[in-house]
Design a protein around this ligand. Structure first.
Ligand code: ADP
Length: 305
């Protein structure tokens, strides 16, 4: 089993402040750290930490973050030979302010992730013959995400799409190339145009997406769990009861757990269970990539539940 992730690699730059600054105001913060992120990288780490061979195809930029991001991925066990350094641009970053008041502000600058083009599709093609599943997210140009999905599908590789962030353009032309569509509540609401907040509204959303041509839809419902519907069958998996301390990247952990199960030919219901388990475990740890469970933790959690 081999999985390929085609997507974004970011460095998160996080400042802690007493409150959010007003426009034009300079505030002195109390803490600062950098931590690797990006949905593509997070999902690759989530799978690799579960012990499955994982290739990432993408780009980092010409700054000090590039080598640091590659090193973090390598340490987690991700094969980064498909990630190139783009000398013409900075690495993707997210500039994040977390205020003591609990509010936050995030500016994402796609940088190298926004430069993905046909040459990246050619690199992707090298990994497809041995791949079972391709994971896509939308922190890269939409046309290239679509090309990646088509290329994988035509090579007989299953495609999973985490439609985040939802772009202003319609995703309908992408649906026929996607086997598994995994929005969270916010993304599902944006895709269908009505609020999705519960298993009942998730069922309505899935029916709407099926009408638009989507295949299997898995709607992540945060602390409620996840709702899954194929065009002919549906089920809801309640969330595992855990003490959540930080829900950052729970969705990326879900994607990793789900993908690992699908690549191992487990059933759809088992795959949603694996997704929920990985998502729940990620909420018990702080951070994004640092919160992804390793295989031993994951197996013992599943055995206990
Ligand atoms: P995203 O991070 O994309 O917004 P969610 O917040 O829906 O995604 O989380 C993904 C999955 O992680 C959920 O479907 C659920 O299974 C699990 N999860 C999230 N929050 C919790 C929680 N507080 N307790 C248990 N599981 C959770």
């Amino acid at each position: 089993m081999t999985l390929v992730v085609f997507g974004s690699v970011n460095m998160d730059l996080v400042s802690r402040t007493p409150r959010l600054p007003a426009p034009g105001e300079t505030l002195i913060g109390s803490d600062f750290y950098t931590t690797p992120g990006g949905k593509g990288a997070n999902q690759a780490v989530a799978i690799a930490r579960l012990g499955l061979p994982t290739h990432l195809v993408g780009r980092v930029g010409n700054d000090a973050f590039g080598p640091e991001l590659l090193a973090a991925l390598g340490q987690a066990g991700v094969d980064t030979r498909g990630v190139v350094v783009d000398d013409s641009v900075h690495s993707g970053v997210a500039v994040i302010t977390v205020a003591d008041t609990g509010e936050n502000q995030i500016i994402g600058v796609l940088g190298a992730n926004d430069r993905l083009d046909q040459t990246d599709i050619q690199r992707l093609e090298r990994y497809l013959p041995a791949a079972d599943l391709l994971l896509l997210q939308l922190e890269i140009p939409l046309a290239i995400a679509q090309a990646a999905a088509q290329t994988a599908k035509q090579a007989g590789v299953k495609v999973m799409l985490d439609p985040a962030p939802v772009p202003p353009e319609s995703l309908i032309s992408l649906y026929p190339w996607v086997d598994f569509l995994l929005p969270n509540e916010v993304e599902a609401s944006q895709l269908v145009g009505f609020p999705v907040t519960s298993p009942a509204t998730a069922a309505q959303a899935a029916a709407h997406l099926h009408q638009q041509g989507a295949n299997t839809v898995i709607i992540k419902l945060g602390a409620q769990g996840a709702y899954c519907a194929t065009p002919t069958n549906s089920f809801f998996v309640p969330a595992f009861a855990v003490t959540a301390i930080d829900t950052v990247a729970a969705g990326d952990a879900f994607a990793g757990g789900f993908a690992a199960a699908i690549a191992q030919s487990l059933s759809l219901i088992q795959a949603v269970h694996w997704g929920c388990a990985a998502g729940a475990l990620a909420t018990t740890q702080v951070g994004a990539q640092t919160a992804m469970p390793d295989r031993a933790t994951f197996d013992s959690f599943l055995a206990q539940h």
